[in-house]
Design a protein around this ligand. Structure first.
Ligand code: ZN
Length: 236
């Protein structure tokens, strides 16, 4: 229902890859913006050929419209290029370079029965999953030296996430909020006389945090950690 709605509202008779990317809701524009990325990782396995000759990605090198100027027959489908026994080579020759025709014929093979199948390339079985898509687009950073402590299964997940945020300096403390351009008067909740609340104060140098670190240091027989930053304390 969802895809039918968007196709009817924004795509209609056109091909989705030539729809004006500046028109439509914010969500729709975001979706169109990501379409090339989706195309990069997917490909049509041609059966009955109800696919755009120019704009669908059924050829390994990408949609033909990327490499060739669409001068004629812009609405041509692959079904239109089929005969009972094979492919209309003369049509391919008319529209693309001869060497491309050869590659197309080699890839298409013989005409097959059934519905065209869209394949998700990163997976051998060809099925799409959001997990696999995320693996394709995510930026991998090297593991933190203390990652095994931070993501330790003994810790509540909420605490792991808080520490992960701290590592990336994005805990929502007053100082961080001010840096995003929101003016506010800062006062921490961890000391009897409120101090300026930044990440280091909350996690290391505030009264409450110092008290906790003192207890930990004596239990773990660490040297005195007083006055050190939260990062120095964690690393020690
Ligand atoms: Zn405080």
């Amino acid at each position: 229902m969802w895809s039918k709605f968007f196709l009817a509202k924004y795509v209609r008779q056109k091909h989705i890859s030539i729809v004006d990317p500046l028109k439509g809701s914010k969500f729709w524009k975001m979706l169109l913006h990501n379409l090339p990325e989706v195309q990069k990782y997917s490909k049509w396995n041609v059966r009955d050929g109800k696919l755009s000759f120019w704009h669908d990605k059924w050829f390994s090198a990408g949609p033909l419209s990327n490499a060739h100027e669409v001068r004629e027959l812009s609405g041509l489908s692959l079904t239109d290029c089929q005969t009972e026994n094979g492919w209309k080579v003369e049509v391919f020759d008319q529209l693309v370079r001869a060497e491309t025709t050869e590659k197309i014929i080699a890839e298409l093979g013989r005409v097959k029965q059934g519905k065209d199948i869209l394949i998700w390339l990163p997976k051998a079985h060809g099925n799409f999953s959001t997990k696999s898509a995320w693996e394709c687009i995510r930026l991998r950073s090297p593991n933190l030296p203390w990652a095994k402590w931070l993501w330790n299964p003994a810790l509540p997940r909420k605490m792991s996430i808080i520490m992960w945020k701290a590592q990336h300096n994005c805990l929502p403390v007053d100082d961080r909020v001010r840096r995003t351009g929101i003016p506010l008067t800062s006062k921490c909740d961890c000391c009897r006389e409120g101090s300026y609340e930044d990440q280091n104060h909350v996690l290391a140098t505030g009264e409450f945090a110092e008290q906790i670190w003192r207890m930990c240091a004596s239990k773990l027989e660490l040297p005195c950690l007083q006055g050190k930053t939260w990062r120095e304390k964690v690393e020690s």
